[in-house]
Design a protein around this ligand. Sequence first.
Ligand SMILES: Cc1cc2nc3c(=O)[nH]c(=O)nc-3n(C[C@H](O)[C@H](O)[C@H](O)COP(=O)(O)OP(=O)(O)OC[C@H]3O[C@@H](n4cnc5c(N)ncnc54)[C@H](O)[C@@H]3O)c2cc1C
Ligand SMILES: O=C(O)[C@@H]1CCCCN1
Length: 387
Amino acid sequence: MSSEVHDCIVIGAGIQGSCTAYHLAKNKQKTLLLEQFVLPHSRGSSHGQTRIIRKAYEEDFYAQMMQESYELWAQLEKEAGVELYRCTGLLVMGPENAESFSCLKATMQRHKIPTVVLEKQEFSQHIPNVNLTDGNGALMDTLAGVLYADRALRAVQRLFQSSGGVIKDGEKVIDITPGAVVTVTTGSGVYRGRNLVITAGPWANTLLTHTGLQLPLKVVKINVCYWKEKIPGTYSVGQRFPCFIQMEPKEGEYDIYGLPSNEYPGLMKVCYHMGSETEPDERDKQTDRGDIDILMRYVTRCLPGLVPVPAVVESCMYTVTPDHHFVLDSHPTYGNIIIGAGFSGHGFKFGPIIGKVLSQLAMGQVPSHDLSPFRIKRFQSHARSSL
Ligand SMILES: Cc1cc2nc3c(=O)[nH]c(=O)nc-3n(C[C@H](O)[C@H](O)[C@H](O)COP(=O)(O)OP(=O)(O)OC[C@H]3O[C@@H](n4cnc5c(N)ncnc54)[C@H](O)[C@@H]3O)c2cc1C
Ligand SMILES: O=C(O)[C@@H]1CCCCN1
């Protein structure tokens, strides 16, 4: 074991760990970022070319955090000298009389998020080639768009390194010994840090076992489906087609969402916001296609310009909490272990702000956002959390 003690060790080089490490290094913290796979990889949750960025949220705390996240993404773009965000707008469709749809509208209004409400009569004129479901309303979050995910991850990791940070990839953490100085053992080394951040995505509970904590997290495999345009370009980013979310507020059903064709010419990404449970290392053994059946019916009904059979299916994982809100907190027993987990399929857009608040927790500072919705304590009654 080297006698070197890092200010902070971060486990997991997905978007959350990479952004946290970047903020730590910017704050002159001697930081080591450990990643089990050789980078870049496609075995976690942060790979793929695109993600949605939006301020349209029902909850005030997300809308608020996104105000700053947009600013931080813009700073990153500038610092890295690459385009990470493309404004396309986000079309949200949902049952007009559902509480979630009106709550979304009200939150957007309260936070002065630029919004256009689309009346039914004008819908098809503004959004051709989409059939609005009967009883649904529609609105547009005009500053929403696409984040270039793979590119963003690379950019943040590069900026971390150029700020003096060290990445060791292909090093799986196999043991953690908590203490005033935390000892972290990988397959090829032993490292010590005054603070530890665990941002291990679907593997969060595997790592937390070493600290005597388990969170109520469910890992699901998402079939990432791309659908062929009957006429190339119909739903393309070039034709200013927006991202969309079809809200499904009924119990047991989940939203459907899409991004304009862009990364694969002629193919539009349309996915279901839930999947079947899996062990993170056994992702490819999970072959349930129930989500694809739901999508095929939706595409047939609402996106008539697409061939209703997926042309490409890729895999990704969500790590879902019971309330679909994140975990951003210190370990209940070891104050120098910080946890970022359970991003529940919507965490990418928050990467820079999550990195900032996790780095603040790791530096012993008061976080600049209220983290009470994200505390571990809220799971106290839950069977799988052992506190
Ligand atoms: C299909 C899909 C669509 C999505 N769409 C959106 C969207 O439109 N907008 C949005 O904002 N978000 C979206 N998300 C969610 C977003 O991508 C995730 O919330 C985010 O990527 C989670 O990042 P993470 O860093 O927590 O996890 P990960 O990216 O999984 O990173 C964790 C890392 O930890 C490493 N690790 C684990 N265990 C160890 C170990 N023992 N030793 C060393 N390293 C370890 C893993 O290898 C991995 O690289 C989507 C997710 C998916 C799957
Ligand atoms: O985070 C998002 O914006 C999207 C919304 C739809 C589901 C997947 N995630």
